[in-house]
Design a protein around this ligand. Structure first.
Ligand code: XLS
Ligand code: NI
Ligand code: NI
Length: 438
């Protein structure tokens, strides 16, 4: 197959002094940080939908980038797209990728035909993965784009839609399994509601859990050994999405007994939409042993929707990688760039520059997080802040041996609290600055 990104060389690490835009300034794949190479720590993945498919179309205008791959024939296009995807991953040194079923092969007139298209592309992807030494981080089903899903998929009021979604997920699981996928994601863009006036919320959520149970059981029965993830998002496209944020998803999983089967795929921009920090969402997942994978991007607080921009804020990536390291690093998951260039960045070169910016920003984040941990001031401060729980009455509280009567007696004896210490937020923020900028 002809080279598609003709003017783009293989991107190499050249260091922060380099003025070559098509080079990594901080991402040095073989450099060891915290006992592992950057490549192992960061596990970058390319998102098929944004990178290979999205052409910049928005509510006010048509696409600005050419993603036609020189043909209008849908299957020829799908094939060329696959070759281009592997060329891009090779040029950037990215080892993993992620897709929705409909990204790799477009929907045909019938489900049978659509599935046959997927079978064909699966063979090609399998070959390209082996030839290029690439892995599938996760697969998923697009159960939100087609008009049939206007009222949801697993949460649709119409059982026929539920059945169609189940069939689609079954096939997506088969493809993911056949390609040795490390994960399978549920992100329910339309699994929510517009108004409770027309919604049986209980039945919809019960049904979603039923669909997830079927998917897990079927996946395991065909030998899928990867992780199942739910990707929280509070809204957009629906006004209210059931998988609102990490805490809501955990409650859902526990209610339906699915908590042993699922981990979370946390997306930075979705955290912003839920009015949380990215670090908060990661912390909730980590504290509940539910950290799985990351959709790496960033939003714009002034815009208020899922802009899926490439991550370029090193402060955020540092706090993200701090959580990832504390969670024990990526096991099944990785950093999937669920990110797209801005509509005005329409050239092929822009796509590479955006990936370079994202990968460099996460490399910086990893380096800073590693320094934060080695520096130890922040961890020590937090540890000391809770020192009162290590002895005396605090230890009894933590051990579960203190009674409420005993605490009353203790408080009466104490008179009033005299031992509060400062939270030192500003100091800690300046520590972060000194770690980041030396
Ligand atoms: C959309 C989601 C989507 C998922 C995969 O907001 O982030 O891209 O990651 O379906
Ligand atoms: Ni995402
Ligand atoms: Ni998103």
């Amino acid at each position: 197959m002809d080279e598609f990104f003709k003017n783009i060389p293989n991107i190499k690490y050249e260091g922060s002094k380099s003025d070559n835009p098509l080079s990594f300034k901080y991402y040095n794949p073989d450099e060891v940080i915290g006992g592992k190479t950057m490549k192992e720590q960061l596990k970058f993945a390319m998102s098929y939908w944004h990178t290979m498919c999205a052409n910049g179309v928005d509510m006010f205008g048509v696409g600005t980038a050419d993603k036609s791959y020189g043909t209008t024939d849908p299957m020829e296009q799908a094939e060329r797209k696959a070759y281009a995807a592997f060329e891009l991953m090779n040029k950037l040194g990215i080892e993993y990728y992620c897709f929705h079923d409909r990204d790799i092969a477009p929907e045909a007139d019938t489900l049978r035909e659509t599935n046959a298209r997927l079978d064909k592309i699966q063979v090609l992807l399998d070959k390209l993965m082996k030839e290029n030494n690439k892995k599938l981080l996760w697969g998923t089903a697009n159960c939100f784009g087609n008009p049939r899903y206007m009222h949801g998929a697993g949460t649709a009021p119409n059982a026929d839609v539920f059945a169609f979604a189940a069939a689609q997920i079954k096939k997506a699981l088969e493809i993911t399994t056949a390609l040795g996928g490390d994960g399978y994601v549920f992100w329910g863009g339309r699994e929510g509601y517009e108004t409770l006036l027309n919604t049986n919320m209980k039945l919809e959520q019960d049904n979603m859990a039923r669909l997830m149970r079927m998917a897990v059981d079927y996946g395991r029965s065909i030998g899928f050994k990867g992780a199942f993830y739910i990707e929280p998002k509070p809204k957009e496209p629906t006004k209210h999405q059931y998988d609102f944020d990490s805490a809501t998803v955990l409650a859902f999983l526990r209610k339906y007994g699915l908590d042993k089967d699922f981990k979370l795929n946390i997306e930075a921009n979705h955290a912003t939409l839920a009015a949380h920090t990215f670090q908060h969402e990661l912390r909730v997942a980590r504290d509940n042993d539910a950290f799985g994978s990351i959709d790496a991007n960033q939003g714009d607080v002034l815009l208020g929707w899922d802009t899926d921009q490439f991550p370029t804020n090193a402060y955020d990536t540092a706090l993200c990688m701090y959580e990832v390291i504390k969670a024990g690093g990526f096991t099944t998951g990785g950093l999937n760039f669920d990110a797209k260039v801005r509509r005005g960045s329409f050239t092929q070169e822009d796509t590479f520059l955006a990936y370079i910016a994202g990968m460099d920003t996460f490399a910086l984040g990893l380096k800073i997080a590693d320094k934060m941990i080695a520096d130890g001031r922040i961890d020590k401060f937090v540890d000391d802040r809770y020192a009162s729980y290590k002895e005396g009455i605090g230890k009894k509280i933590v051990d579960g041996t203190a009674t409420i009567q005993e605490l009353e007696a203790y408080a009466l004896e104490m008179g009033d609290v005299k031992s509060n210490i400062s939270g030192k937020q500003e100091y800690l923020e300046s520590v972060m600055n000194s770690i980041m900028f030396g």
